[in-house]
Design a protein around this ligand. Structure first.
Ligand code: UDP
Ligand code: MG
Length: 315
């Protein structure tokens, strides 16, 4: 059995050498055949040079390097396309995903699980981030069709057929948390203690997280569009009741002209709701726009990995 380790790397020069040493040492202990597929996501530092050095010294290593930063989702896709393994493990380059856990993943895979997910605890995270994450997942699981779990990331083992299924999904907007959940197959989860990043820093800013959150909400269902319809009906109902009440009062008491504030508030509130809903519709139109362009997910600048094992016509 061949095991592929897919590693997206973006500006990881400080740690990539150590990562490689650590992961190969760990995998050697398993006594299984393995390969490493590094994807350099357009790093601006020496990551690519180091990967080339590593690949020169270790024939089990392949790398794919992008022409610019296309994002971790694209990097994972490239890695999965190039992975030849019967089982594929996706792992971060920053050693936050302990390579020791691969053993456990493999054992569970041998028990018949297609996806073995390592779920991290939120130990060492800032309280604000933990609380927002909780609230977000509580909310989103009421809204979207696939189940998204807090602490579950991309660190997981995938069986061959799961990888093939994932590669069938060729959408441009790749929200992999949703994609993994969507393909299904026999899935199991185990917990591990979160490790704090040792070197370099996280590429997640608050703005990026916010956008990621919105992606989660919009990528996997059309419920926000439904919500617009229901909200519209509700407002229309309220307006009709209020209108008949005003007419009634006018018929009984005659006409007078108060209500300037009511008018103003109603106009502003409705304008706000309309903007919001226009934004929701716009998001979907924007997604369609990107999908119909059918641009490749990434462009390759340098590689020693040959052609991808599996490819759709635009990566
Ligand atoms: N990464 C990437 N492209 C990006 C951002 C990140 O390939 O645009 C890689 C990064 O090198 C790392 C992994 O994705 O291996 C996770 O990134 P990071 O550690 O910054 O995220 P966090 O652990 O904070 O969620
Ligand atoms: Mg990290």
């Amino acid at each position: 059995m061949l095991i592929s380790i897919v590693v997206p790397c973006f500006n990881e020069e400080e740690i990539i050498g150590r990562f490689h040493a650590h992961v190969t040492a760990e995998l050697d202990l398993l006594g299984q055949e393995f390969e490493l597929v590094y994807v350099d996501d357009g790093s601006q530092d020496r990551t690519l040079d180091l990967l080339q050095e590593i690949a020169g010294a270790d024939s089990r290593t392949r790398y794919v390097s992008f022409s610019r930063n296309f994002g971790k989702e694209a990097a994972m896709l490239a890695g999965l396309q190039h992975a030849d393994g019967d089982a594929v493990v996706i792992m971060d380059a920053d050693l936050q995903h302990p390579p020791e856990l691969v053993r456990r993943m493999l054992a569970l895979h041998e028990d018949g699980f297609d996806q073995v997910i390592a779920k991290r605890t939120r130990k060492g995270d800032r309280v604000t981030r933990t609380v927002t994450a909780r609230a977000y997942y509580w909310l989103i699981n009421r809204l979207v069709d696939v189940e998204l779990v807090d602490g579950v990331g991309d660190f997981r083992l995938l069986s061959r057929r799961t990888v093939d299924a994932i590669l069938e999904l060729t959408e441009y907007n790749r929200f992999s948390k949703g994609i993994f959940a969507w393909v299904g197959f026999r899935t199991t989860t185990f917990e591990y203690e979160n490790a704090v990043r040792e070197q370099g820093r996280s590429k997640w800013s608050f703005g990026k997280l916010l956008n990621y959150g919105l992606d989660g909400l919009l990528s996997f269902n059309d419920k926000p569009l439904r919500a617009a319809i229901y909200l519209g009906m509700l407002l229309l109902g309220v307006a009709m009741v209020y209108a008949s009440w005003i007419v009634g009062v006018a018929m009984v008491n005659g006409v007078d002209t108060p209500g300037y504030v009511t008018l103003l508030v109603a106009v502003i509130a409705l304008a706000g709701v309309q903007m919001l809903m226009l934004g929701v519709v716009g998001e979907y139109v924007g997604r369609i726009y990107y999908e119909v362009k059918r641009r490749p997910h990434f462009l390759v600048k340098a590689t020693n990995a040959g052609l991808p094992r599996r490819d759709d016509d635009r990566n």
